[in-house]
Design a protein around this ligand. Structure first.
Ligand SMILES: [Zn+2]
Length: 368
């Protein structure tokens, strides 16, 4: 149960941004006997795998396949940091499991805070073509052992909610392995793990856990692992109210990761309660970061509309933390969406260099 696991964030990683060099030296300082370099990125950075546990169930996990999704790395770091102080829980997991964890599968993307790798390839869509060095490394690891479960750790945008009101702080998926979305044995095994995570977290994180779309993507990693017979679970860390640096998400993500490993030790391949997966609400795409309502433009004729804004996350050279740049995303009638911040501009003067706010450009207007 979630309540038995005590969470504290690891002080060595206070920012949302994690530099590959800091992570690598942390791994070398703390886990030198347990890490191996399994390959190199496009730019020649090492890709580290940590191997812990002596149990029979083999689990493979990986973080930051998309470079700008650091919460997955935080979750693994925080889990290790907390289990050090909770030896009974640690023993329960590592007596049952052999956990291989690839940290930062995309260190080049992580360094620059980009989704893609250095060759601008989405590693998660590169399963068959293997154009990226990172996918080759990944496939080599998968081929070396017969894994019983895999954990594919990601982050999702702030646009997702569980019910068009509460944010989808965590979403999970047992990926499809065909266009028909057939519920195969390995999907049921994954669903059973997700149901346990959901049951154990729903009181701690009420209304904020969802199910990611199970549309089949023929080139994506999880779908293909499922096809290869490896039950796997997609994690998506998402928005939490007023938490753009995702510190709350980081906490819940870590607890969910603990719960996943604990669930696997209990289930051992069982499909128990898999059908409850359907009761988890599906992700809804319902929100923007900011919506300016009733904006009256400086036009000759009366023109009143809404302006929706999403933050773009940017890592500037020399900075240790990411920044949020507001980008105009939609202009017009935005009544079907809500904003995490809604600003009523009725009666306010629109001040801008241009007549209209331009989509995909940085916000260059203000109100008086
Ligand atoms: Zn991702």
């Amino acid at each position: 149960m979630a309540k038995e696991f005590i969470y504290e964030s690891c002080v060595d990683f206070p920012h949302r941004y994690i530099s590959p060099k800091n992570l690598f030296s942390w791994l070398q300082r703390n886990y030198s006997d347990y890490i191996t370099i399994v390959g190199n990125s496009e730019n020649g950075q090492p890709i580290y795998m940590l191997s812990l546990g002596k149990g029979l169930i083999k689990v493979l996990g990986w973080s930051q396949m998309h470079g700008n999704e650091a919460n997955s790395t935080h979750a693994m770091v925080d889990l290790l940091f907390n289990l050090k102080n909770q030896p009974v829980l640690a023993a329960n997991i590592f007596d049952s499991l052999q956990l291989d964890f690839i940290f930062m599968l995309n260190p080049d993307g992580a360094e620059k805070w980009t989704r893609l790798n250095a060759k601008e390839i989405d590693i998660n869509r590169d399963f068959h073509q293997e154009r990226s060095a990172e996918m080759k490394v990944f496939k080599k690891v998968v081929a070396a052992k017969k894994y019983d479960y895999a954990l594919n750790l990601h982050e999702q945008r702030t646009i997702f909610t569980t019910d068009k009101f509460y944010p989808a702080t965590l979403s999970f998926l047992a990926p499809s392995q065909d266009y028909e979305r057939t519920i195969t044995a390995q999907r049921r095994q994954s669903m059973a793990v997700i149901v346990k995570i959901f049951e154990n977290l729903k009181e701690l994180l009420p209304n904020r856990i969802a199910r990611y779309s199970d549309e089949f993507y023929p080139h994506s990693l999880g779908d293909n692992l499922m096809k290869a017979g490896i039950p796997n679970i997609l994690f998506e860390g998402g928005h939490y109210e007023d938490d753009y640096f995702r510190k709350a998400t980081r906490k819940f993500y870590t607890i969910a990761l603990y719960e996943a490993l604990a669930a696997i030790t209990e289930l051992r391949g069982s499909e128990e309660n898999w059908e409850k997966y359907e009761q988890i609400p599906p992700n809804k795409e319902s929100h923007y970061d900011v919506i300016y309502r009733h904006v009256k433009l400086n036009t000759d004729y009366e023109c009143i509309l809404d302006v929706a804004v999403q933050y773009r996350e940017v890592k500037r050279e020399g900075s240790e933390e990411i920044e949020f740049v507001p980008i105009v995303t939609e202009v017009g009638n935005v009544s079907t969406r809500k904003g995490w911040r809604e600003i009523d501009c009725t009666g306010k003067k629109f001040v801008s260099q241009t007549a209209f706010p331009k989509v995909d450009e940085e916000v260059n207007f203000s109100f008086e």
